[in-house]
Design a binder for this molecule. Sequence first.
Ligand code: G1P
Length: 288
Amino acid sequence: MPVRTAVIVAAGVGTRFLPVSKSVPKEMLPLVDRPVIQYAVEQAAEAGIERVVLVTSRGKTAMEDYFDLAPDLERTLRERASPKLEAVERVSRMAEITAVRQREPLGLGHAVLTAKSAVGGEPFIVYLPDEILLGEPSVTRQMLDAYERLGNAVGVVEVPWDDVPRYGVVEGEARSPRETLLTRCVEKPPRREAPSNLAIVGPYVFSPAIFDCLESITAGAIGELQLTDGIDLLAQREPVHAYRFEGERFDAGTPLGLLQTSVELALRHPDYADAMRVWLRGLAERIA
Ligand code: G1P
């Protein structure tokens, strides 16, 4: 069955971005010329995903408004022949976007489970929107292809060993340089107990069996229902592969990471790349 639906988990409080995230969802902070969350939606839409389910929470309706039609704004931009019209129109027409609410902050696994009825009994792809993943073909395309060949697939990257305790980490049997049949995964292990330095960053492509697993788990690391624990259970029932996709990964989930990701993306943006290069060279000389 083809994957038609994406779930984007955007329910977190955004503690790292306080006080900004008091009133602006961290997923709406700008990365060059669009909000962070748009990168995931665009990649999904470009890969043929038709429906996007946003998992949000109280105070985060700005995301739904952003992807909604804005007839008055569009009319005004059209009358003024504004160059922004196309970008504004595109945002609301990329995919069919709906939102479900995670009413309590019970963890990433619980957030995914919140999307169960919106997804239906179909395979789906899950994005962590802070993870900006660039590849050619797109990381989404690579993960969907991996799902077609292998079944459940989880996007992983190698991280420095010191960073391992911040992630979900996989253990398994290497089947090829990029594919590992997952035997176990563990959320935020202490460094010396970590089975590998292959960290889960998504996207994840799951069969609907993940929902049963998420309904069976109990609170894990930091007292939350962890998606990683759901995957660990799923791996006992169906094959799950960790897939080391080809591409670049940027973490826009902290203020410093967002800044660094902005610079990296601006350097790849046709409108800004030249000016950024000139500015960065000057900056490097000034601070050398
Ligand atoms: C979450 C997941 C973790 C994953 C990480 C990637 O952790 O729980 O498995 O490795 O995202 O960014 P968080 O960053 O919410 O602590």
